[in-house]
Write a protein of this length. Structure first.
Length: 588
RNA sequence: GCACCUGUAGCUCAGGGGAUAGAGCGGUGGAUUCCGGUUCCACAAGCGGGGGUUCGAAUCCCUCCAGGUGCGCCA
């Protein structure tokens, strides 16, 4: 469906053209003075300059031309040259009925379907997820869902940190503890065992131990570096062991991401990119892009227009080992080969901005990424505590994601159980859903690029601009619908009617903006726009609901119309929270 | 030192050339006992400071101030 603003703009533009002005002045928008009108057009003021004519005279002419237009209840020309527009109620009702009969509530899929890869995980294997992984998961998942909703093909890639010295450290420590394992026997030619020789808990304990041990014992670190080389060389035992580590880790990661309602299409890691490195490096050498500087192999990526120093992209360290940028570049090679994306989006901490500038430039320079493919870095800000400093546990450490989630779930359960009697099982399930809405909405309602304050007390409140408040609104709507159908009624036969009240019209107006909002959120990768829309919609509904006694309305057609409006509101709200990555329970 | 980002009400955040800058929380004073706890009204209070561009600036430009972050072999 055409967006309602497009329809309005179209009519106003026609009026401008009809009166001899450029139709470009017809661009209209939602009014910023709701007390005066619903929509406005400021084109007359801009036109005044071009045509050397008083703006209000132009506005008067346009008003004149729009007087009998079916779309508008009224068009007024005001003071300097504003055009104040109020929409025709029947037109609005028709528009909403159109939305209602559309599976997508009036929001068309994008005209050009794109293939997009989103990189939004970055967990390290053998290390538990912690709060530092929360934002990328929440934001990335939401952007993925928004883009999918718009009809694009999207691959979410967890892109695990499963390469480099950390892996070598783990293996070195394993060898110390369990030297008898066949993985370490270079003469071993048989099958390696199917079962991993360690548990997840062991694994999580081994890495930090090995890491700190290596800092104080150079010879141990030497071993770890050697082990790293073995892994890189693909020595069978080490390769097999890495696979075991991955298997155990991925299983756990899936569980934890699952609790966040986050999922990935691709479970790739840095190790998957390694096979692409040799040929890539060879080519950039051959093409003359890579050269040795200060002992390292680098590609210059600075440009004349830079206002600051952009260091070269380091491909190989002086000892020949590859690093972060190399892996990311090789990953790009792999992604181009496997998915042919139109766009690759990184949802990563904004402190890594520089790194991605280097990688992107390098990728274009050496020809991995053609100009037709868009590379985008969406850097998000830090999650701070209420003191405004990075979020830490009371002891000053990094909090495990599992701990954070279970704490919040528990808190939410108590809150729910306090207010009414629920079955333990249902209560726990509901608490989990509400808690997730609290965390996700708390994060997503801020602009991703800014730092934000993680204030649990505020996020979990049932009042104000919070996830639980939105869920509550939806739950109440469900409750009304249940009552309605229990009375033996069915709203199918009815249509949404022209608004009977100001609050109903306001609700209808907000609903009609759904498609424009969604399209915009998609273009800007901006979940927070979905959030503010949701909140506006919930408020508009609550206002309407407060003033309108739906259940005692005697006129069946009017009541049916209300119910239809309520259903549409609920469906849109549910669509919105779905793209944000959470869902509403039936009761709470 | 250089560069980038941020600075909007007491607090947390929207708004990114147009009319009187919006919410939520908190505060004060009222109305409401209503389809589930959800609502409304009023009051107090704000675009970090200073210049400039424009008919019009929270929004664009310059400058200063404050905070955060980043600046070749970590990821």
């Amino acid at each position: 469906m055409d967006k309602i603003l497009s329809l309005i703009t179209e009519e106003v533009s026609k009026a401008f053209a009809q009166k001899g002005y450029s139709e470009n002045f017809g661009k209209s928008s939602r009014s910023n003075r709701p007390d005066l009108c619903e929509y406005q057009c400021n084109g007359a003021m801009a036109a005044a300059k071009v045509y050397h004519k008083a703006p209000f005279l132009i506005a008067d002419e346009i008003k004149e031309a729009l007087n009998d237009n079916k779309l508008f209840e009224s068009v007024e020309s005001v003071k300097p040259g504003f055009l104040n527009i109020i929409l025709n109620k029947q037109f609005l009702a028709d528009y909403l009925n159109g939305m209602d009969s559309d599976q997508r509530y009036g929001c068309d899929k994008a005209k050009k379907k794109k293939t997009i890869v989103i990189d939004y995980g970055g967990p390290n294997v053998a290390k538990p997820l912690h709060v530092g992984h929360l934002r990328t998961a929440i934001i990335g998942e939401s952007i993925k869902r928004i883009q999918k909703f718009m009809g694009h093909e999207v691959f979410g890639d967890v892109h695990m940190g499963d390469w480099g010295l950390p892996m070598g450290l783990i293996m070195t420590e394993l060898k110390v503890r369990k030297p008898q394992l066949s993985y370490f026997d270079s003469g071993y030619c048989g099958e390696y065992p199917k079962e991993a020789p360690f548990t997840l808990t062991e694994l999580e304990e081994i890495y930090p131990y090995a890491s700190s041990y290596a800092k104080e014992h150079p010879e141990y670190k030497e071993d770890a570096m050697q082990a790293t080389v073995y892994i890189q060389q693909g020595i069978p035992g080490y390769k097999a062991l890495l696979e075991q580590i991955l298997k155990i880790s991925v299983e756990d990661l899936k569980k934890n991401y699952g609790n966040l309602n986050v999922s990935f299409e691709l479970w790739k890691g840095e190790s998957d990119a390694q096979p692409f490195i040799p040929a890539m490096v060879e080519k950039m050498k051959k093409d003359g892009f890579a050269h040795v500087s200060e002992g390292a192999l680098v590609v210059d990526v600075k440009e004349d227009t830079d206002t600051k120093e952009i260091p070269p992209c380091i491909i190989e360290k002086s000892d020949g080992a590859s690093l972060y940028a190399t892996t990311d570049l090789a990953t790009l090679v792999q992604r181009m080969q496997d998915y042919h994306p139109d766009e690759i989006l990184y949802v990563v901490d904004k402190r890594q901005d520089m790194h991605f500038v280097q990688v992107f430039r390098c990728a274009r320079k050496i020809g991995i990424i053609p100009d037709t493919v868009k590379l985008e870095f969406l850097g998000f800000g830090t999650m701070n505590g209420k003191d405004g400093k990075p979020f830490k546990t009371r002891e000053g450490g990094v909090m495990r994601l599992e701990t954070l989630l279970s704490d919040i779930n528990e808190q939410m359960y108590e809150k729910i159980a306090e207010n009414h009697t629920v079955e333990e099982e249902e209560g726990r399930k509901t608490a989990k859903m509400v808690a997730l809405s609290a965390i996700k909405y708390g994060d997503l309602s801020n602009q991703a690029s800014k730092d934000y304050v993680f204030d649990l007390e505020r996020f979990t409140s049932f009042e104000g601009n919070t996830g639980p408040y939105l869920l509550y609104t939806i739950v109440r709507m469900k409750s009304i619908l249940t009552k309605y159908s229990k009375a033996g009624k069915n709203a199918e036969q009815y249509r949404i009617l022209p608004a009977h009240s100001e609050s109903e019209k306001e609700l209808m107006t907000v609903i009609s903006g759904f498609n424009a909002m969604m399209e915009n959120a998609s273009l800007e990768n901006a979940p927070h726009k979905v959030c503010s829309y949701l909140y506006e919609l919930a408020n508009a509904f609550n206002h309407f609901y407060h003033e309108t006694k739906i259940m005692i309305e005697e006129n069946q057609e009017i009541q049916g119309g209300y119910i239809k409006l309520l259903i549409l509101t609920k469906n849109i709200m549910e669509t919105c929270i779905d793209v944000l990555g959470f869902e509403a329970p039936d009761r709470m």
